[in-house]
Design a protein around this ligand. Structure first.
Ligand code: CDP
Length: 772
């Protein structure tokens, strides 16, 4: 089925945040810190206030007076809305101007005079905990260092014992650099506060409108029912639009102060420099195995850079997200991870960029270290993986770090990828090319993701359980509206959720409207990220439709004058068992439900239902990826020649949409593996502040993707579907890096850190794999 939203999007008729125009609307611009770490001595706003088009200038001091200078982050930290005492990263919000137009607001920023007393910045995560490191978060009472949190999982002693018994131990330092989701549409909001009835309407680029509303209610002290958050069409989120940014709060304050609607829209550099980054893990991976390639244990130590404020969005119990799945797809005896997270003078974030809460980092770690082991053992990387896969009869499988994988059948997925790739032929080609001095690499990665956060008993964000509401209303003429708590950012929810409901109640998808992204119009739920929409809200949509169908069955039994047990369902109609001519369609039932005729005893009129779905477990999609690269030995430029992706996301709702999700994720993977990094100089200047410096991939850098699939349904999801939106972003970077390292075997390279730009590959070829 083609996407229902295509006519709108393909004709440029999407309605994005910057399309929102309200009568009398003012424009807000934010003054940002040019330096990474400094004490604010004074701020002089008088010249800006005198600008003829300026309506308000607000500083941290003004906000402090209103009790709004600090806001909670989604990780139980606090973040400055506008700096009061110090600036803690380059790009931090210092003051804002509200003016008649966007240009005047920007001009007035230049009239604000801030005096900074420079402090030494903390940039290197490895030295952030040094005794003499300046304390970044001296706003936190009693804080004497830059420690953010410690976290561990697994069994240290059992892992130590397995390592002691192993024939082979391999360890490798691995960095997953700081990258940015860089959605095509930057972040923004339009706030409209009505002073008369105290209602706030906020259009914002939010992946989680309900959660944001609750937070605004808590922060601003406004009653929740008087706040309406609307996420219009969103031009890509990828995790970047999960956090609450100071800009959103500023627009609310701006509207309260001026009594007018106020729009704030970031430019590209503001988005790259100040909003939620991803990754930034410095990891040491260790793997222990027998000489014949049985993996015994995996151990890892991680140093996590969380920037100046811990803005990570992760369930409370999981400060390191779902990094605990670092044991991958392998049946091992023991595992252990210790992580230390620190504050640095960099933008806050740690968002799950197209992945389920740090799974990308976990998969990268395990898939790199398994490849290092394959090299050490001189084993084919596919054979090593297959030898260690969790077997189909072991599911549900509890990992050594406590995750219960719901279902999986890994070897057929791996073999399908090998079949599409022509794996043996590729190895022959590679051997021939090596003879001739050509650098061809074949990289393999196999991943298991954990998506669909999550069971309420284990998962909440700031105390809000991760269950999803869903409402379905069938109108008298048999057309339906389904209301979701999740929020599409381009994933095609208007199509796939209509398909899910259609499958259950037999109303054509074209007759089912999907409503989302408006807290006044939809039931409560925690939003879209971590590929949770299909596992959680998709299940809710199927179950609410079944609830409606159950009621329809009772009404049909009255219409056909038989008992409910004597009815068969035919996708769209009920008929009397054994006599298909005695039937009523769902549309006829809908009319009867709303009509004047009698309904069976105890049945209320109308045909609608609502539920709140609490998932029993996460879903665990998996996939096998094979990448083929060629490297120019003269320039060290990597070309991804082929990429084979076989994904298993259980029941597939819309194959075309899945294909699109996979293509996007694979393209992301090429970016992260070969091009993208948010780097800083020693003063804390962000070196990736524009798309001239932060390179994102285009069609030119990527091959024609070759995709395939297997289907292993989730046993606990009502239609067996698992999430897929982020699988390809998770699985592709290790496949690409493994391919590059494989190509560099003639140079004896075992590892090099992303992004594998020509200069880094060249360095690796010269024996210097770890860049400064
Ligand atoms: O939460 P998010 O929408 O980003 O991720 P998702 O649940 O994996 O879904 C991404 C898109 O793929 C949605 O339109 C899904 O309905 C669709 N999908 C599908 O057609 N079949 C699946 N088994 C999983 C997702």
């Amino acid at each position: 089925m083609l996407r229902k939203e295509d006519p709108r999007f393909l004709r440029g008729k999407g309605h994005y945040l910057d399309d929102v125009q309200l009568p009398g609307m003012l424009h807000l611009a934010i003054l940002r810190s040019p330096v990474a770490h400094a004490r604010i001595v004074s701020i002089d706003t008088s010249a800006a206030e005198a600008h003829p088009k300026v309506k308000a200038v607000v500083t941290g001091e003004t906000l402090a007076g209103l009790g709004l200078a600090w806001m909670p982050t989604l990780s139980n930290d606090v973040q400055a809305v506008l700096a009061t005492d110090k600036v803690r990263f380059q790009g931090q919000e210092v003051a804002f101007v509200v003016a008649e137009d966007r240009y005047a607001a920007r001009d007035a920023l230049e009239l604000i005079d801030v005096e900074y007393d420079m402090l030494q910045p903390v940039i290197d995560v490895r030295t952030a905990l040094a005794d003499d490191a300046p304390v970044i978060r001296d706003d936190l009472e009693g804080k004497t260092n830059n420690h953010c949190f410690d976290w561990e999982t697994g069994d240290a002693a059992a892992t130590e014992a397995a390592f002691a018994r192993a024939d082979v131990v391999v360890s490798q330092d691995i960095v997953y650099p700081r990258v940015h989701p860089a959605p095509m549409e930057t972040c923004g909001s339009v706030a409209d506060y009505d002073r008369i009835d105290g209602r706030l309407t906020l259009w914002s680029t939010s992946q989680a409108p309900h959660a944001h509303r609750t937070l605004y209610a808590i922060v601003a002290g406004l009653p929740e029912h008087k706040i309406r958050v609307i996420s219009p069409d969103i031009g890509g989120g990828f995790g970047n639009k999960v956090p609450i940014y100071p800009g959103y709060v500023c627009s609310i304050v701006g509207s309260i102060v001026t009594g007018k609607p106020v729009k704030w829209m970031e430019d590209r550099s503001e988005n790259l420099v100040s909003t939620g980054f991803a990754r930034d893990y410095v990891m040491r991976g260790e793997i222990a195995a027998t000489r014949d390639g049985k993996i015994l244990a995996i151990r890892t130590n991680v140093l996590a850079d969380h920037g100046a404020f811990n803005g990570t969005a992760a369930p409370v119990k999981y400060p390191a997200g779902f990094f605990g799945v670092f044991t991958g797809s392998y049946d091992i005896e023991a595992a252990y991870c210790h992580m230390t997270a620190v504050y640095t003078n960099k933008a806050p974030g740690g968002v799950a960029y197209a992945c389920s809460f740090r799974i990308t980092e976990a998969v990268y770690l395990v898939e790199r270290i398994v490849d290092c082991l394959a090299l050490e053992l001189a084993m084919d990387p596919v054979a090593l993986r297959i030898k260690n896969f969790i077997q189909p009869d072991q599911f549900p499988y509890t990992t050594k770090t406590g995750w219960v994988y719901d279902s999986g059948d890994y070897e057929p997925t791996m073999r399908e990828a090998m079949r599409i790739a022509g794996y043996d032929e590729l190895r022959r080609e590679q051997a021939e090319k090596r003879e001739r001095g050509e650098l061809m690499g074949i990289g393999v990665a196999f991943f298991t993701e954990a998506v669909g956060a999550g069971p309420r008993k284990d998962m909440d964000i700031l105390g809000l359980g991760m269950a999803d509401g869903c409402e379905l209303r069938v109108h008298p003429t048999g057309k339906a509206v389904v209301r979701l708590s999740v929020q599409s950012q381009g994933q095609g929810h208007e199509t796939t959720f209509a398909q899910i409901v259609a499958e259950e109640i037999g109303i054509p998808p074209a007759d089912i409207d999907v409503v989302h992204g408006d807290t006044d119009q939809t039931p409560f739920g925690l939003g879209t990220y971590g590929s949770r929409s299909t596992p959680v809200s998709g299940a809710a949509a199927a179950l609410v439709a079944r609830k409606v169908r159950d009621k329809a069955r009772i009404i049909a039994s009255g219409m056909l004058e038989v008992s409910v047990a004597d009815l068969d369902w035919d996708k769209g109609s009920f008929h009397v068992k054994g006599d298909p001519t005695k039937a009523v369609t769902i549309q006829e039932i809908a009319m009867r439900a709303h009509g004047a005729g009698d309904l069976p005893d105890g049945v209320e009129g109308g045909l609608e239902a609502q539920i709140c779905y609490n998932p029993e477990n996460l879903t665990y999609p998996h996939g096998a990826y094979i990448c083929v690269v060629d490297i120019d030995p003269g320039t060290a430029q990597v070309k991804v020649r082929r990429f084979i992706a076989v994904d298993d996301c259980g029941t597939r709702i819309n194959p075309m949409i899945i294909e699109g999700q996979v293509h996007g994720g694979l393209t992301d993977g090429v970016g992260m593996a070969l091009m993208e990094i948010i780097a800083f100089d020693e003063d804390g200047n962000c070196l990736g502040g524009s798309l001239m410096d932060y390179l994102i991939p285009t069609a030119l850098e990527v091959p024609d993707w070759e995709t395939g699939f297997t289907v292993t349904p989730s046993p606990h999801h009502p239609i067996g579907a698992k999430g897929v939106g982020e699988s390809a972003t998770v699985g592709s970077p290790p496949a690409i890096v493994n391919a590059v390292i494989d190509a560099l075997q003639p140079y004896g390279v075992r590892h090099a850190d992303m992004p594998l730009t020509p200069s880094r590959v060249w360095d690796a070829m010269q024996g210097n794999a770890t860049p400064p």
